[in-house]
Every structure is written in structure tokens, then in C-alpha cells.
Design a protein around this ligand. Structure first.
Ligand SMILES: *Cc1c(COP(=O)(O)O)cnc(C)c1O
Length: 395
């Protein structure tokens, strides 16, 4: 299989010399999973948005092989995709509309988050229709004012969930929250959110519920807020090497993008480059053309700041990122068509996803999930792992 021929950090030379290549490093995902699993009671690998753009099934399998016990996704459609690919682990979906077909959850054994009475009713209705029980995680908004149940509606939701349990359609296996300010380590906001979560769990108990999985934190919490671990941590960004706290260089980047030089030209000083001549050469130089642009996921907003690695040196992009192409001012480097340029690297002097995010004024998450379908995808497999030593069953 071609994937096994691919050494870490690089794509096979023949392809890389002619096409932009996204190398997905499952070896890095494996490393990151083991590292994060060591700091969590249990790890739920969050593989929403196609595993942050790197392939949900590949990232899920790699994470499960390396210490994750469960999977999380945003939508039932994503959950069903994993099930149809044969992934059998405990799986939670948390962002479905109450009108979504909850029978998918019942039929495929997917837990659903319940942030409202309408969601509870939808899940219970599907379970009753199929004469099954659906496992749910009541989702309390702990301070995002985004997803989850507003605290003032929580008592009623707990009571309704208990009633549904008694009716035999629903089983409350978890209580979840989500931290708004974990990455910035805003101590006050995180303490308030944690208190709100603990009170929510207490309330659920008082209502007669016995959830065994309490989960609040994501990547940033695992890396920086040990007090928020509870029973399970839902980790996405960290698996693919994004350190949301910016302080843990131990995580390894899992996406590597190269592009071939398709054309070079030598120009004099004062030459305008690209649309609107937003760049002008200041001295005689060589310009190298790369066949990837914003349609492939390079942000236009990084124009004027971004750099790539050419012949081992950082060189600036010249002019605006176009839909299909960018120009690099390579100076006096003897660059030739067919040379391979590292656009996003995972180690050494290559620009990282985080560098690009800084240049573009965005998050590495956005860039990663936006890497386009036009890139040739190569997968570096994870090294084989021994079976986990402490297999734990999701109740
Ligand atoms: C995306 C998401 C996560 C994962 O967060 P990361 O910061 O990527 O680890 C966890 N929980 C919920 C509810 C999410 O939406």
C-alpha cells in the first residue's frame, strides 16, 4: 500500500514534485493520544469535522489504538459515517437539532447529548418507536452561552430525564459541560464554570439520576486544568497536535503540506507581483510559483506575512494568495521547477500551522479543517501498538 511507503514528514518524492501534498501523520496522532490519555481519567477522541480535516475514521482508529476509550462528534451524520466504516467504540454526538432523526442514534448505538426538553423528547420518541433504550448525556451550559442547557432550565430537564428513565426509553449515562475559557486559563471563569457543573451534577443526583460519566474539559483543560478532569475528557485539537494553550510543544503536528515549484522567473527590482501588485521586489530576485492557494486552504489574510521553507530557508510569499497559486520570493536561492517547498511543516524550521494561524489572524483549527480536497492526501500510519493494558468498558 502506498501509505506505508511514506516516511514521516515527507511524501513520496515523485508525487511531491508534481502536486501539492497533504501528509496526514497518524504517528503524531498516536503520540499525542498517548500523551493526553496519560493526563485524563478516560479520553474521548473528538473526531468532528472529519477528524479536524485529517480523516475521521483514520484519526478515530488511531486514537482508539493508543488510549482513547470513546469517540465524540458534533452530529449524528458524522457518527453514522464512523459506524458504517466499522468503528464500534462508544460514540457521542452532541449538536443535533431536535428534529434530527434520532433513530440513527438508537439503531447505531450512538449516545446523544441532550441540552433541552425537545431533544429529550426526540430521543425518547425514537427509542420508544424502536422499542429500545437510548443513552443520553445531559448537557449543561457552564458559561459559554452557546450550546447546552441554560442553568435556569436544568432542574426541569433533569426531572423530565428521570421521568423518561422511568418510562424505559432513556438512560442518562452522562452529564456534560464545556469550558469557555480553558485555553486562556482564565482562573475565575473556569472556577465558576466548574462550580456550575458540580452543582448541575448534584442537581441531577437529587433528581434521582445516576450518570456515571461526568465530563467538562477538552484539550486545554487536559493540558492546563487538572481540576476539571472528572470521569472523561473530550479531546480533539490536541490529538492533531494543536496546543490550545500555546505552552506544550510536546504535542506533534499531524499535518504536513508541501507544494512543488511549477515555474520560476528572475526579475529586477521594482516588479509588482500578483493581483493589485501588493508586493514589489526591492532588488533583483527569483520568483517561484506554487500551485496552491485559498481554494486549497491557504488564507488570503496571511498575504504579506506568510513564509514557506525553500531549500531549508524561510522565504516570504510575494503578493496576495490567489485561489490556486502563490508566489514565493526566493531571493538568490537556486530554486528550480520540481523543487519541493514545505508550506506547513511539523518540525524544524518549517512554518507550522500555528505560524500560519498567527499570520492569518485565525486559529490553527480553522486552517486545518479548511485544507482542501484538491491536495493529494498521503497517510503516515501509526506505529503498531500493543493492546491497551487497562481496557475500560463504557457503561
Ligand atoms: C470541539 C469540542 C470538543 C473538543 O475540543 P478541543 O479543544 O478540540 O479538544 C469538546 N467538546 C465539545 C462540546 C466540542 O464542541
Amino acid at each position: 500500500m502506498s501509505t506505508t511507503l511514506c516516511p514521516p514528514g515527507a511524501a513520496p518524492v515523485a508525487v511531491a514534485r508534481t502536486r501539492p501534498v497533504l501528509t496526514v501523520r497518524l504517528d503524531a496522532v498516536a503520540h499525542n493520544t498517548r500523551l493526553l490519555a496519560a493526563s485524563a481519567r478516560r479520553l474521548m477522541a473528538v473526531v468532528k469535522a472529519d477528524g479536524f480535516g485529517l480523516g475521521a475514521v483514520d484519526v478515530a482508529r488511531t486514537a482508539l489504538d493508543n488510549g482513547a476509550q470513546a469517540l465524540g462528534v458534533a452530529t449524528l451524520a458524522e457518527a453514522v459515517e464512523l459506524r458504517l466504516a466499522g468503528v464500534g467504540a462508544p460514540l457521542l454526538s452532541w449538536l443535533d437539532a431536535p428534529g434530527a432523526d434520532m433513530s440513527d442514534a438508537v439503531l447505531h448505538g450512538v449516545d446523544v447529548a441532550v441540552p433541552s426538553a425537545a431533544h429529550l423528547d426526540a430521543a425518547a420518541w425514537a427509542a420508544r418507536r424502536l422499542d429500545r433504550v437510548v443513552d443520553v448525556h445531559l448537557f449543561l451550559d457552564c458559561g459559554t452561552a452557546r450550546d447546552g442547557c441554560p442553568p435556569e432550565l436544568w432542574p426541569a430537564l433533569c426531572a423530565a430525564a428521570r421521568q423518561a428513565e422511568r418510562a424505559g426509553t432513556v438512560r442518562v449515562v452522562g452529564i456534560m459541560g464545556h469550558l469557555a475559557c480553558a485555553a486562556g486559563l482564565d482562573a475565575e471563569a473556569n472556577a465558576a464554570a466548574t462550580r456550575r457543573f458540580v452543582r448541575g451534577v448534584e442537581h441531577a443526583h437529587a433528581a434521582g439520576l445516576r450518570p456515571v460519566l461526568r465530563h467538562l474539559g477538552a484539550t486545554a483543560a487536559v493540558l492546563g486544568l487538572p481540576g476539571t478532569a472528572f470521569d472523561l475528557s473530550r479531546v480533539g485539537a490536541g490529538l492533531v497536535g494543536i496546543d490550545t494553550t500555546g505552552r506544550h510543544p510536546v504535542l506533534r503536528g499531524a499535518a504536513h503540506v508541501t507544494a512543488p515549484v511549477v515555474q520560476v522567473r528572475d526579475v529586477g527590482a521594482g516588479i509588482g507581483v500578483g493581483y493589485d501588485h501588493t508586493y514589489r521586489t526591492s532588488a533583483p530576485t527569483r520568483l517561484a510559483l506554487l500551485p496552491l492557494g485559498y481554494a486549497d486552504g491557504l488564507p488570503v489574510s496571511a498575504s504579506g506575512r506568510a513564509e514557506v521553507l525553500v531549500h531549508g530557508r524561510r522565504r516570504p510569499l510575494a503578493g496576495r494568495v490567489s485561489m490556486d497559486q502563490v508566489v514565493v520570493d526566493v531571493g538568490d536561492l537556486p530554486v528550480q521547477p520540481g523543487d519541493v517547498v514545505t508550506v506547513i511543516g511539523t518540525d524544524g524550521p518549517a512554518p507550522t500551522l500555528t505560524d500560519w494561524a498567527g499570520w492569518a489572524g485565525t486559529l490553527p483549527h480553522e486552517l486545518l479543517t479548511g485544507l482542501g480536497r484538491r491536495l493529494v492526501r498521503r497517510v503516515v500510519p501509526a506505529p503498531p501498538t500493543p493492546p491497551p493494558t487497562v481496557p475500560e468498558e463504557h457503561p
